[in-house]
Ligand binder design. Structure first.
Ligand code: ADP
Length: 164
């Protein structure tokens, strides 16, 4: 039996930002439960290991009945099928996200027509925020504590202190 009120929110979360949290909170207005699925792509280099990325998420979201933290490797549709989920949640920031998100949603639909992708638009405070930008700022010695959870702020400072 497929669970109707369950959705998966896949992503790299390298690291988690307040933009991701905003999308998860909006998602919970519609879905009973969201599985935050952290992607492990062996072809990609991450700043935070899979374990670190999941640990950060687990320290923020403590109710597994509502928000479950998981990970996956390979095709999202395979993961979604394994879990028996109908819906994929993604975030749409400024126009730049549209093309790639549209391509991905269409491709996933081609492989598995059953799956629907639902997009949430973040608060405008986060519409220009990305994990990539956050990493660049900390790497250059800056900080954006209002854009990431406190644990991420601390961990980013730690990472870049270690690298110096
Ligand atoms: P991916 O590598 O899958 O893009 P990300 O962790 O960068 O992984 O993003 C996961 C999802 O969250 C994507 O749908 C992305 O558009 C969305 N997202 C990331 N940052 C924000 C933000 N600031 N506001 C809204 N959505 C966001």
């Amino acid at each position: 039996m497929l669970e109707k009120n369950l959705a998966v929110y896949p992503g790299s979360y390298d690291p988690l930002t307040n933009g991701h949290i905003d999308i998860i909170e909006r998602g919970l207005k519609i879905f009973d439960k969201i599985i935050v699925a952290v992607l492990k792509n062996p072809a990609k280099t991450y700043l935070f290991s899979l374990e670190e990325r999941q640990q950060i998420l687990r320290s923020i979201f403590k109710d597994p009945q509502k928000i479950e933290i998981d990970h996956f490797e390979g095709l999202l549709v395979d993961y979604v099928n394994r879990k028996g989920i109908n819906t994929v949640v993604r975030g749409l920031r400024a126009i730049s996200d549209f093309e790639i998100e549209f391509q991905m949603a269409m491709m996933n639909r081609k492989i598995e027509p059953r799956i629907e992708t639902i997009f949430f638009v973040p608060s405008d405070a986060y519409s220009f925020l990305s994990s990539k930008l956050v990493k660049e700022i900390y790497q250059l010695g800056g900080e954006v504590g209002s854009m990431v959870p406190q644990i991420v702020d601390l961990k980013l400072k730690e990472k870049f202190r270690q690298q110096k």
